[in-house]
Design a protein around this ligand. Sequence first.
Ligand code: PFF
Length: 452
Amino acid sequence: MSQRESWATRTGFIFAAVGSAVGLGNIWRFPFQVGQEGGAGFVLIYLLFIASIGFPVMLAEFVIGRRTDRNPVGALKQLGSGKLRYAGWLFFTTGFLILSYYSVVAGWTVRYVLLGLQNEYVGDVAGAEGQFLSVASGLDAVFFHALFMLAIIAIVGLGIQRGIELAVKVMVPAIIVIMVGMAVYVFTLEGAGEAYAYYLSPDFGYIASEWQSILPAAAGQAFFTLSLGMGVMITYASYLGEDRNLAEDGLIIIGFDTAIALLAGLVVFPIFFSAGVSPGAPGAGAVFVTLAAAFGKLSLGGILGAVFFFTVAIAALSSAISILEVVVSYLIDEHGMNRLSATAIISAIIFVVGLPTTYDIQVLNLYDLLVNNILLVFGGFILAVFVGWVIYDFALDELSKGIGDLGPWGTTWLWLLRVPAVIGLAVVVLLGIIEYYDFLVGDFATWFGDNF
Ligand code: PFF
């Protein structure tokens, strides 16, 4: 087998991991979750999940990847025993499914960049909804899905150093600079003060009454945004040397991801308030509809929208390449395929699997709920059990490389995985399954009956 690839520089790995973490989840999903789930109170719970479960699980993925130098399927086969040997397949399947619709949504963002440049956002919500439907389904959606997949193929096909590392070194700083610039600009908009108040003041009454839905939402969001539970961090860490302080890297990655999510709220809410559009409508499409309607009303809204959606598109791109890399690294490691053919073949299949979601947003919900509320969290649960209870000895040994004596932190890490992560994630998976069942027999069944 030819020599395995590796990152060229320290920042290369950090940028790639930040690029993976920062994506549609931060700029598109997070602000709305905050709006819907009780404002700043949700942020607090979310931060608690990030620190107590997200961070430990991220380290778990890092140690598995760096120890084995393998893709997630190969890594678990090498380290696991019994059924756990096959758990990597869960990651492979999840990655495959996520990318198939993530690319479709990313395609919408590209389309919204073009609409902005042509100054074509419709400034009322009903009109914006019609516009969204034509963007999100049918041949338009298929075309931009294909375009986006081609961009990912080009980057991943070029390999770790020449493809992914180079791309993220341009994209990640661009995302940060543009988001900061936009946050400063919207500060000058009329209504910004009101928006910050809405975004940042916790509604504790709401939290007390709705915690059953807030807790899983916060946990799911924490996993999705940190790219955890499907082996991205296993894969990226497998290209690392042993001299790295994984805990420090993890903190930097989480810091950036959280900062950009919070920043996204500071950008989005003032835009809504100054355009007089009501925030907080639920659903994958509502976000696009509301934003486009707001941009349609603002002077300079076309340009502002184009810049905004451009940022979302590159954030999505730097996340999507990490998902594809999980699947591609499997084909390279385990089947000895060459990178370019592995990338092209698997992307073609992923493209086809994503096609049904361009038919109707309800199909997209079918994919998204399964992935987000069940598969990712279940993946995290398996990782927590595996590292916390099965391979903890050498996990501690691996973590200590590049750090030295872990002191009490090693044990703290293990116990966070063993108890809060295992129990918390198990509960969230169960809640997710119940919700999914309700969706299947409820909304989805109705939609299906109406359409077929
Ligand atoms: N973290 C990405 C986001 O916030 O958009 C999404 C994501 C990427 C989820 C990679 C899962 C993953 F494995």
